[in-house]
Design a protein around this ligand. Sequence first.
Ligand code: ADP
Length: 361
Amino acid sequence: MAKTLENQALHLLGQVMNDSKGENIVALGMVKNINANEGKIDCILEFDEIDQKKNEKIYNDAQVALREIPGITKVNIITTYHKENSENDRENVAQVKKSNNAGTSKIKYILAVASGKGGVGKSTVAVNLACAFKSLGFKTCLLDADIYGPSIPKMIGVNEKPSSDGEKIETIDRYGVSTMSMGYMVNDENPIIWRGLMVMKAINEMIDKVNWGEADIMVIDLPPGTGDVQLSLIQKINISGSVIVTTPQDIALIDVVRGLKMFEKTKVPILGIVENMSYFLAPDTGKEYSLYGESKTKDIAEKYDYEILANLPHDPLLMEQSDKGHPLTDLVPDHKVSKIFNELAESLIKRLKLEKLSNTS
Ligand code: ADP
């Protein structure tokens, strides 16, 4: 029974055209997997180009086609991006290295916000830091390079698509910060799977095709861990410095050390560690409570000679406003947490300036 459904699905998808290639998506090998079970159909579609409009049309056509199957009530299409390494691609990669900072050349400092694992508050720190830099008077950009799970659009309340003249893509301005995220460009509620050279392509698009213009500082929200995005960015642009976000829990700390080592190897200066959710800040009394017992961040920082630049509390308002798309540093600038972000931003600017001086002297 299920097999027949899968054959039916394949037949219907065979009528979905990829207009620019003049061929249907089955013949082009874009349909990677179909699985039908109890009224639900899962399908993997693989794209080799980041063309939002075109891909969206194919995605929607495939949805419509699969819904035609009698008995199917749920269609789940997962999008992946992958391209085989061709001669052409290898040339493109070589050019990327030569193009040297094309899209971000007018930005003075580039700060990467990294973490060993997800869920430690890396994006929260990136967004609130960007707003803090802006409130200190710096012209600020924010690049959400977490292409696998872009969370910045939600955190700053962006639902619209960036405008483009076909050549350059315009940033979206929120809270006085120029922002860009892969979440603006690909329309998909499912996690996006990027593989191989498509990762580099996605990063290149966000650096070169975006009209970043002039700015004092760019904050980059990296994906957690160490992977292709980090390497692509390091190859492509000069990252002035990085901060590593962690929580006091042991598991995150082990990963953080791995993160630190990667940056050391690639010669991106590590400006320090930000410990998030270090303690709980009671909203009614302002009293501080320890959450995880003794933190191990200090031991690691000492062992590897990195400074802990800030200890951020677990704060319900920070989370609540983040979920609503409003960074706390912008909403309540004199909140205790906002003040910590402002101090962190000031300290980072000083460190970035010192790094620049030591590189030019
Ligand atoms: P990451 O980018 O590391 O995956 P996020 O920044 O997306 O983590 O944060 C994960 C969740 O934790 C979000 O719901 C966020 O609002 C919440 N969060 C992060 N930092 C704090 C904090 N200091 N206090 C309260 N909630 C926080």
